[in-house]
Design a protein around this ligand. Structure first.
Ligand SMILES: Cc1cc2nc3c(=O)[nH]c(=O)nc-3n(C[C@H](O)[C@H](O)[C@H](O)COP(=O)(O)O)c2cc1C
Length: 221
């Protein structure tokens, strides 16, 4: 696939077949993840690939609790509603109910690191994980999944029970668990993402100015 087709067709895929996924594909998508940039090339990531039944059942139970606690009725599908939001809610519900059957759930961990802007005297307790380095890695993983035909969803609701994950999966405190990505072969078809065009949010030289006075750029549109 051409890069621009790929990036435009990497939707969150929440309906996943239980069929086992070859380890080589998981290695491949994680290898794509680690091609991402990180400050000083510190590569502050670690991956816990949860594929055993008990680990997945634990994550499924806790994720369902977190989603219901946080969103309540907002994620209960309304009968007869076929809007894009309603369809997404149905897929979210499906994922909540079937998460334990997903072949692999990848926990992407990031080394904790205080942002430069936090002065030394305010560095109390645990630093937040290095989100800035982890998200490019996560995006590479999602695009790589799409490229090899695996469905994946970026999820963050585990933040509601992140402290428990350290105990359950033996993750050292020096890491935070940034993203949880359920991965497997999709039930449905990949499709295009729906987004506002970048042009609608792009300004030249100062915020709010959409009219280009070409200097560094040449207007060839
Ligand atoms: C920071 C972040 C957190 C997200 N957390 C969740 C989540 O906890 N559960 C979930 O089902 N989707 C989650 N998503 C996926 C988005 O809901 C999804 O990408 C968005 O609705 C657009 O849908 P699309 O990617 O299918 O086009 C998250 C995405 C981002 C970027």
């Amino acid at each position: 696939m051409d890069f621009f087709d790929l990036v435009g067709n990497a939707r969150a895929m929440r309906r996943i077949k239980p069929d086992p996924v070859p380890l080589s594909l998981i290695r491949k998508v994680l290898d794509a993840g680690v091609k991402a940039s990180s400050g000083m090339n510190t590569q502050p990531w670690a991956f816990v690939v949860v594929q055993d039944k008990s680990g997945k059942e634990y994550l499924a139970e806790r994720y369902a609790w977190a989603m219901r606690d946080r969103f309540g009725d907002a994620i209960v599908p309304k009968e007869g509603d076929d809007s894009p939001t309603a369809r997404m809610i149905r897929a979210v519900q499906y994922q909540i109910e079937h998460l334990a059957e997903t072949p692999a759930i990848i926990l992407v961990c990031g080394v904790r690191d205080w942002p430069f802007a936090v002065p030394a005297e305010k560095r109390v307790g645990l630093a937040p994980p290095n989100y800035g380095a982890i998200y490019p890695c996560v995006q590479n993983i999602l695009l790589a999944c799409r490229a090899v035909g695996l469905g994946a969803t970026l999820t963050t609701m585990h933040q509601m029970f992140e402290a428990e994950l350290h105990e359950r999966f033996g993750i050292p405190d020096e890491y935070g668990v940034v993203v949880m990505i359920p991965v497997g072969y999709p039930m449905g078809k990949f499709g295009p993402v729906s987004r506002r065009p970048a042009e609608a949010s792009t300004y030249f030289d100062s915020y709010g100015n959409q009219a280009l006075q070409p200097q560094g750029l040449r207007d060839d549109t």
